[in-house]
Ligand binder design. Structure first.
Ligand code: NAD
Length: 534
C-alpha cells in the first residue's frame, strides 16, 4: 500500500496539526482507498484562526497596505496558480475524482479571477453626495468588512475559493477558509502558494474539518464580519441561524435543478453537445448541471435517440487518464443516494433510457453510469430533487408558454439553458425564467467578469463581476462642516434642530447678541446645522 500523505492546516502563517493531533481520512474516489490524512479542526483551532485573521486585519500589516499593493500580491498569487496548475489539478483529481483534464484547466483559469480582482483593488471608490444642507461636504469611502469566513463544498473547490478570495482580499479583508471534509487537499496545496506569494501571516488561514464543530464555530464567531457560503440548502439554513449570533453579512450560493430547453428550430447538434456537457461534465456534480431536459414535441424522439446513442459511448474510468470522458462520484454516500433516487423514479413510472447502475468493468471506486430517465410528468419526484450526479430527467412540451411554466416550476433558480435559432423567443424565455444565470445556445460557461448566483432556494448574493468587490466592503459616510462661522451654543434651540417647537425670541435676548464689525447683529449658528438631526 502506498504511503499516506499527511497534511497540516494554515493558521496565522504556520502549518499546524489539529488540536491533539486529531485527523480524518481522505479517500480517492477512483479506487476507494485512503490516500491522505487531514487535520480535524477543533473549536480552539478555529478560534485561533479567526483571532489571527482579526489581528492581521486590525493591526496590520494587511490593513496598512495600499490597494495597489494588495493588487500586486494577488497578481503574484495568480501567476503561482497558473504555474502550479498541474500539481493542483492532480491533487484535486485524486481527492474528488473530477477528471484531471478539467481540474488542471480550472486551476489554470482561476488565476484569471485573481488577476481580475487585482485590477479592481485600486478602483473601488466612494461618492461625493449632493447633500440637502448648506455648508456641508459629505462623502463616502468604501471600507473592508474585517474577517471573512469562506466555506466551500467539495466540487470545484479551488474555483469556489477563487471567486470568494479574489474580491475579499482585494478589498482589504482577511479570510478564514474552511475546506470540505470530502476534499481538503487541493485547498491546502493552494495555501502553500498563498505563503509563497508573500501574504502576511493571518491574512489567509485554512482550516479543515466537519460542519460540527469547525463550520459551526467559524460561522457563529463574534469576530467574523461576513460569511460567504457555497453548499447545500440544509447547511445554509444552519449558517443563516448562526449569523443571528454575530450579525455577519451572509451570501449563499446553493444548489440547483436547472432546466435545459430545446425548441424545434434549435441547432440540434449544438444542443446535444451542450446537454451532454451540461449534465455529464464533472459527473453531474455541478451546481449548474442542466439536469431537467425539456424537448419540444417535434424533435423529441430524434433528439433523445441521438443523446442516448452518444451517452452510451462516453468513456468512463480513471479520472487521471487523458482519454477518460467521465470520472467517478466524489463519495460512496453520493453513489448510494443516487442509486436510491433513480430506483424511486423508475417506481414512479420513469423510463430508463440509459445507465442506472455502476459500470460492470469498474468494481472499485464510486463510479455510476451516465443516466437518462424519461419522466412521465413534471410531478415525478426526481424532477425537482437535486441529485448532484450524472442523471438527466427528460420531459416534453408543446408551446413556449408551457415550457416557461414547467421551467419555473421548481424550488430552485440557479441556471437555465435555452436552445433556439429564434432570437426574439430566446430573449422572451430568458426574461420569463426565474434563474440567476441564463445561457442561450451555450451552457456552463463562467467568467470572473460575469455575475454568478441564484434566485429562490438557490441562494442570495452574487459572486464574480464588478460588483463582487463592493460586496466585501461597506460605505463609511464622512460629514465635514465647511462654514467659517463657529458652531452655536447647543443650548439655544432653533427650528428644525430641536424636537421642541421653536419659541419666539424675546427682544432682550436678541439685543444680547454681539455687534459685527459692520454694526449688525451676528447671526447665531444652531448646532448641528440645518434641519434633521439623528
Ligand atoms: P454541504 O452543504 O454539505 O457542505 C458545504 C460546506 O459546509 C462543507 O465545507 C461543510 O463541511 C460545511 N458545513 C456543514 N455543516 C456546517 C455548519 N453547520 N456550519 C457551517 N458549515 C457547515 O454541501 P456539499 O454536499 O459539500 O456540496 C454540494 C452542494 O453544494 C450542492 O447542493 C451544490 O449544488 C452546492 N453547490 C453550489 C454551488 C453554487 O455556486 N451555487 C457551487 C457548488 C456546489
Amino acid at each position: 500500500m502506498s504511503e499516506r500523505k499527511r497534511y497540516q492546516m494554515l493558521i496565522d502563517g504556520e502549518w499546524v496539526d489539529g488540536e491533539g493531533g486529531k485527523t480524518f481520512e481522505s479517500v480517492n474516489p477512483a479506487t476507494g482507498a485512503v490516500w491522505a490524512e487531514i487535520p480535524e479542526a477543533s473549536e480552539a483551532d478555529v478560534n485561533r484562526a479567526v483571532e489571527a485573521a482579526h489581528r492581521a486585519f486590525l493591526e496590520g500589516p494587511w490593513s496598512k497596505t495600499t490597494p495597489s499593493e494588495r493588487g500586486r500580491s494577488l497578481r503574484k498569487l495568480a501567476d503561482l496558480l497558473a504555474e502550479n496548475s498541474e500539481l493542483l489539478g492532480r491533487t484535486e483529481t485524486v481527492d474528488t475524482g473530477k477528471m484531471l483534464k478539467e481540474t488542471r484547466w480550472q486551476a489554470k483559469y482561476i488565476a484569471e479571477f485573481f488577476h481580475f480582482n487585482a485590477g479592481l483593488a485600486d478602483k473601488v471608490t466612494g461618492e461625493t453626495l449632493p447633500i440637502d444642507k448648506p455648508d456641508l461636504c459629505v462623502f463616502t469611502t468604501r471600507e473592508p468588512l474585517g474577517v471573512v469566513a469562506a466555506i466551500v463544498p467539495w466540487n470545484s473547490q479551488l474555483f469556489l475559493v477563487a471567486v470568494k478570495l479574489g474580491p475579499a482580499l482585494a478589498a482589504g479583508n482577511t479570510v478564514v477558509l474552511k475546506a470540505s471534509e470530502h476534499a481538503s487537499a487541493a485547498m491546502l496545496e493552494f495555501g502553500k502558494l498563498v505563503e509563497a506569494a508573500g501574504f502576511p501571516p493571518g491574512v489567509v488561514n485554512i482550516v479543515t474539518g466537519f460542519g460540527e464543530p469547525c463550520g459551526r464555530t467559524l460561522t457563529s464567531h463574534p469576530l467574523v464580519a461576513r460569511v460567504s457560503f457555497t453548499g447545500g440548502p440544509e447547511t445554509a439554513r444552519h449558517i443563516v441561524r448562526n449569523s443571528a449570533e454575530n450579525f455577519a453579512e451572509v451570501s449563499l450560493e446553493l444548489g440547483g435543478k436547472s432546466p435545459f430547453i430545446v425548441f424545434e428550430d434549435a441547432d440540434l447538434e449544438s444542443a446535444v453537445n451542450g446537454q451532454m456537457a451540461g449534465i455529464f461534465g464533472a459527473s453531474g456534480q455541478s451546481c449548474v448541471a442542466g439536469s431537467r431536459l425539456y424537448l419540444q414535441d417535434g424533435i423529441a424522439d430524434g433528439f433523445l435517440d441521438d443523446l442516448v446513442a452518444r451517452t452510451a459511448n462516453i468513456r468512463i474510468g480513471d479520472p487521471l487518464a487523458e482519454e477518460t470522458q467521465m470520472g467517478p462520484l466524489a463519495t460512496e454516500g453520493q453513489m448510494i443516494r443516487i442509486e436510491a433516487e433513480v430506483a424511486k423514479a423508475i417506481d414512479q413510472g420513469a423510463k430508463l433510457r440509459h445507465g442506472g447502475k455502476k459500470p460492470a468493468h469498474l468494481n472499485a471506486g464510486w463510479y455510476y453510469e451516465p443516466t437518462i430517465l424519461e419522466c412521465p410528468a413534471q410531478e415525478t419526484g426526481i424532477v425537482d430533487t437535486e441529485l448532484f450526479g450524472p442523471v438527466l430527467s427528460v420531459l416534453r412540451f408543446k408551446t413556449e408558454e408551457e415550457v416557461v411554466r414547467l421551467a419555473n416550476d421548481t424550488k430552485y433558480g440557479l441556471a437555465c439553458g435555452i436552445f433556439t435559432r429564434d432570437g426574439a423567443r430566446a430573449l422572451r424565455v430568458a426574461k420569463a425564467t426565474r434563474a440567476g444565470i441564463v445561457w442561450i445556445n451555450t451552457y456552463r460557461v463562467v467568467s470572473p467578469i460575469a455575475e454568478f448566483g441564484g434566485f429562490k432556494d438557490s441562494g442570495y448574493g452574487r459572486e464574480s463581476g464588478f460588483q463582487a468587490i463592493y460586496d466585501y466592503t461597506r460605505p463609511k459616510t464622512v460629514w465635514i462642516n465647511t462654514s467659517p462661522e463657529p458652531i452655536a451654543d447647543p443650548g439655544v434651540m432653533r427650528e428644525g434642530v430641536s424636537s421642541r417647537p421653536a419659541r419666539p425670541r424675546a427682544r432682550s435676548e436678541r439685543s444680547r447678541r454681539p455687534r459685527t464689525a459692520r454694526g449688525g447683529r451676528a447671526r447665531r449658528r444652531a448646532w448641528p446645522r440645518g434641519t434633521g438631526s439623528a
